[in-house]
Ligand binder design. Structure first.
Ligand code: SF4
Ligand code: SF4
Length: 440
C-alpha cells in the first residue's frame, strides 16, 4: 500500500493547526520537507516533549515523507532554546543524508508554517497560497511521528496535550482522543474553584475558548486553564459589536498593527490599519483593506501591538467569515520575492507576549511527559479534520476495540477517518460525536 493510502487509513491529520488531512498534504511533489517543531505559542510544551521522546519516529516519518514527495532535503525546525529536543534529534539525524536541524530564535509566530518556511529556506508563499506552491511541504513533528506509526499499523488514537494554568500539577499528558477536558483538569488538580475556570484549547494567542464538557481532538496541543477574571479571558470575551464600536471611536490610525503584522512582514499586501479605517467609516462596499481578511493568519500580533486595545484580528475573522458566506473568493494573489525590509528587526519575543498577557506565573519550561490511564468514556468529534465531517460506520450498542475504524473519511471530499481511542461499547452516535464507554 502507498504511504498516502496508509496515512489516510490511519486517520492522520495535522496535529499543530487546522487539522488538514495529511494524506492530501503529502500527495504532492516538493524538494524540501520541514518538520515543524517551533511550537511558538506561549506556555505549550507538547512538541518539545515529542521531539525529545520520539526522535526516532520523527526522523523516520520525515524520511518517509521526503521519499513520498521526492525531496532531497529535510529540515527539523525548532528553537535554539529547546536544548533537550536539539540533543535528541541531533543524535538521530547523525549520518542521514539530506536531513538537518534548522534553529530559530525565540520569537512568535515562528511556528506559522509560512514564516517557518521563509526563515529556513528564504522562500515566500504567495498571498493566499500554501507551501507546495514554493516546492515545499511543512508538517508538525507529532504528525510525522504518527506517519511513522501508521506504517506499523497504528491508527491515531492518542496524542500529547499540555495542561497548564490554574492547576497545581501542570504536565504534558499522552491522552486518548475524545477524553473530556474536565477529566484532564481534575488530573492536573485545579488551583481555584472549577466554576471560576475558563478553558483555552490551544495557545493563548490562537487558541479558542471551549466549555469544560469539550473533549480532546487530534489538534488539541494544549489546554490552558485560566480564571474567568484573567485579563486575557476578559479581553477575549468582549463582544464583537462592542469591539467594532470601540474601533470606530478609538482607532488613531497609528499603523502599529500593520507594522507588527506577521503577514505584512512576509511582503503580503495586508494592512490592518486600513481595514480599521474602513470599519470606522462603515463602508458598504468591501475595500481592498477589508478583503485582505483572506490573507490574515489570525496570529494576533496586531492586537499585541495596538496601543488602544483594539483587535484587527477579530475584525478580520468576522469579515472573512462574512465574505466566504457570501461566496467571495480571495482576490489577492501577489507573489512577493522578498520580505519587508525591517522583518528581522520586528520579531516579537515569546517572553514579551507572556509578560503582556500576564501569563508569567504559568510559564513552566520543562513539563514532564506523563502517560495517563484511559478515561472511562470518550466522545470523539466527527469534525476534527479540515474539510467535511467523518462518516460514522458504527451504531449504538456496537462493541469496538481501541484503534478500530468508527468513522470513515467522507467519500470524494476532503476529510479524514476516525478510530476508537479506547475499547468498549458505542453508547451514542449523532451528527457531531461518537461516544464510547470503556469495557469494565
Ligand atoms: S494599532 Fe490600533 S489604534 Fe493603531 S491603527 Fe491599528 S487598530 Fe488603530
Ligand atoms: S492577526 Fe493581525 S497581525 Fe496576524 S496576520 Fe492577521 S492582521 Fe496580521
Amino acid at each position: 500500500m502507498s504511504l498516502v493510502e496508509t496515512v489516510k487509513q490511519a486517520g492522520v491529520i495535522g496535529c499543530g493547526g487546522a487539522g488538514f488531512p495529511t494524506h492530501v498534504k503529502i500527495d504532492t511533489k516538493a524538494d524540501v520537507v520541514i518538520a515543524n517543531g517551533a511550537e511558538c505559542e506561549p506556555l505549550l510544551n507538547s512538541d518539545q516533549r515529542v521531539m525529545e521522546h520520539y526522535a526516532d519516529e520523527l526522523v523516520e516519518g520525515l524520511c518517509m515523507i521526503m521519499r513520498q514527495v521526492g525531496a532531497a532535503r529535510g529540515i527539523i525546525g525548532l528553537k535554539k532554546a529547546y536544548h533537550g529536543s536539539i540533543e535528541a534529534v541531533s543524535k538521530r539525524i547523525d549520518g542521514i543524508d539530506g536531513v538537518e536541524i534548522g534553529v530559530l530564535g525565540n520569537f512568535y509566530p515562528s511556528g506559522d508554517e509560512q514564516i517557518l518556511l521563509t526563515e529556513l529556506t528564504g522562500r515566500i508563499v504567495p498571498e493566499g497560497g500554501i507551501p507546495p506552491m514554493v516546492n515545499a511541504v511543512v508538517s508538525n513533528v507529532l504528525t510525522m511521528v504518527q506517519v511513522a506509526r501508521a506504517t506499523k499499523g497504528q491508527n491515531v488514537t492518542h496524542r500529547e496535550v499540555t495542561l497548564v494554568g490554574e492547576v497545581k500539577k501542570p504536565k504534558v499528558v499522552v491522552t486518548a482522543i475524545g477524553t473530556p477536558v474536565r477529566d484532564l483538569l481534575n488530573l492536573a488538580m485545579p488551583a481555584i474553584p472549577i466554576e471560576d475556570i475558563v478553558v483555552i484549547d490551544g495557545g493563548p494567542m490562537m487558541g479558542k475558548i471551549v466549555p469544560l464538557d469539550a473533549t480532546v481532538n487530534k489538534t488539541t496541543s494544549g489546554l490552558i486553564f485560566l480564571s474567568k477574571d484573567h485579563p486575557l479571558i476578559q479581553w477575549w470575551t468582549i463582544p464583537m459589536s462592542a469591539m467594532v464600536r470601540r474601533s470606530a471611536a478609538a482607532c488613531c490610525q497609528c499603523r502599529d498593527c500593520t507594522e507588527a503584522c506577521s503577514r505584512y512582514m512576509q511582503g503580503h499586501d495586508i494592512q490592518p490599519h486600513l481595514m480599521m479605517r474602513s470599519l470606522a467609516y462603515q463602508t458598504d462596499e468591501p475595500t481592498k483593506g477589508m478583503t485582505a481578511a483572506f490573507l490574515c493568519s489570525q496570529c494576533g500580533l496586531c492586537e499585541f501591538a495596538c496601543p488602544m486595545n483594539l483587535s484587527p484580528r477579530r475584525a478580520y475573522a468576522e469579515l472573512a467569515a462574512k465574505f466566504r458566506a457570501g461566496g467571495m473568493k480571495n482576490p489577492h494573489h501577489n507573489a512577493p520575492t522578498k520580505v519587508h525590509e525591517f522583518n528581522q528587526y520586528r520579531k516579537i519575543g515569546k517572553d514579551r507576549l507572556i509578560r503582556r498577557y500576564q501569563l508569567t506565573d504559568y510559564d513552566t519550561h520543562s513539563l514532564t511527559l506523563t502517560p495517563i490511564p484511559d478515561p472511562p468514556l470518550v466522545r470523539l468529534s466527527l469534525t476534527q479534520a479540515f474539510g467535511a465531517p467523518s462518516e460514522p460506520v458504527v451504531n449504538p450498542g456496537d462493541s469496538v476495540e481501541c484503534g478500530q475504524l468508527i468513522a470513515k473519511a467522507p467519500e470524494g471530499k476532503l476529510g479524514a477517518g476516525l478510530h476508537a481511542s479506547i475499547g468498549g461499547r458505542v453508547t451514542a452516535v449523532d451528527s457531531d460525536y461518537i461516544t464510547i464507554e470503556g469495557a469494565r
